[in-house]
Design a protein around this ligand. Structure first.
Ligand code: PEP
Length: 256
């Protein structure tokens, strides 16, 4: 059985004080004992270490929002996968739509980052998702296929246990508009079939496929109830413990 993963993406938000307060609020409020639920938070780089010291010993795991593909050297402003494992990150988010569409990352760059992070033992949350114009012109599946093929190029089946896919329709991110449970399930089913055809049935069955796009406490239950939705990547609602905890609780309720 696949475990749920509820992952928070804080993006470029918080201060040193608010990051500590939020992490502490989650550690105090979360209870995952005997559940099939994993919880992850991804603060901005400057706060990773201090958040790590708060979540240590709790079930809350630590992820980064990006990594560079080179191991070290003259790459001003970048952070390597090795640095992330060194400070205790278990996961990294790659290919987020803001990195694709605001910062211009191509599938080729994302693929190099995927390999660099897998080589360091990080679990990669690979984000894929279509723009509104793609959906309106019936291109959703071809966009997802291109991003999956490009992002996972050269990744062998044996490494796929360290990959999580996040389906994030770009039109639903930060907009308050959520994909309907049926739209989410159809995209997740497509992704799972793609994994079966391009890898094998075992990889496809075991893959955690998260939904992201305006997930909140009020819609988490019906989204997470879909057969092929194995968790959520949450932006806005992960910035307050009293908004993130109900999403975790929805997963806990469905897993028991
Ligand atoms: C995200 O940033 O990955 C995201 C899904 O954001 P939001 O939940 O705010 O739509």
């Amino acid at each position: 059985m696949r475990r749920f993963l509820i992952a928070g993406n804080w993006k470029m938000n918080s201060t040193s004080a608010s990051a500590k307060e939020l992490a502490q609020g989650l550690v105090d409020g979360v209870s995952l004992k005997d559940t099939d639920v994993e919880v992850l938070i991804s603060p901005p780089f400057p706060y990773l270490s201090q958040v790590k010291s708060i979540v240590d010993g709790s079930p809350v795991q630590l992820g980064a929002q990006n990594a560079y593909f080179e191991a070290q050297g003259a790459f001003t402003g970048e952070t390597s996968a090795d640095m992330l494992t060194d400070i205790g990150c278990s996961h990294v988010i790659l290919g987020h739509s803001e990195r694709r569409h605001v910062l211009g990352e191509s599938d080729e760059i994302i693929n190099k980052k995927v390999h660099a992070c897998l080589n360091e033992g990080l679990t990669v949350i690979l984000c894929v998702g279509e723009l509104l114009k793609d959906r309106e012109s019936n291109q959703t599946e071809s966009v997802l296929e291109t991003q999956m093929k490009g992002g996972l190029k050269g990744v062998e089946a044996g490494a796929m246990g360290k990959i999580v896919i996040a389906y994030e329709p770009v039109w639903a991110i930060g907009t308050g508009v959520t994909a309907s449970p049926e739209q989410a399930e159809a995209a997740h089913q497509f992704l799972r079939n793609w994994l079966s055809e391009n890898y094998n049935a075992e990889v496809s069955e075991q893959m955690q496929i998260l939904y992201g796009g305006s997930v909140k406490g009020s819609n988490a239950n019906e989204l997470l109830s879909q057969t092929n939705v194995d968790g959520a990547l949450v932006g806005g609602a992960s910035l307050k413990a009293d908004q993130f905890l109900p999403i975790i609780e929805a997963a806990v309720g469905l897993s028991s």
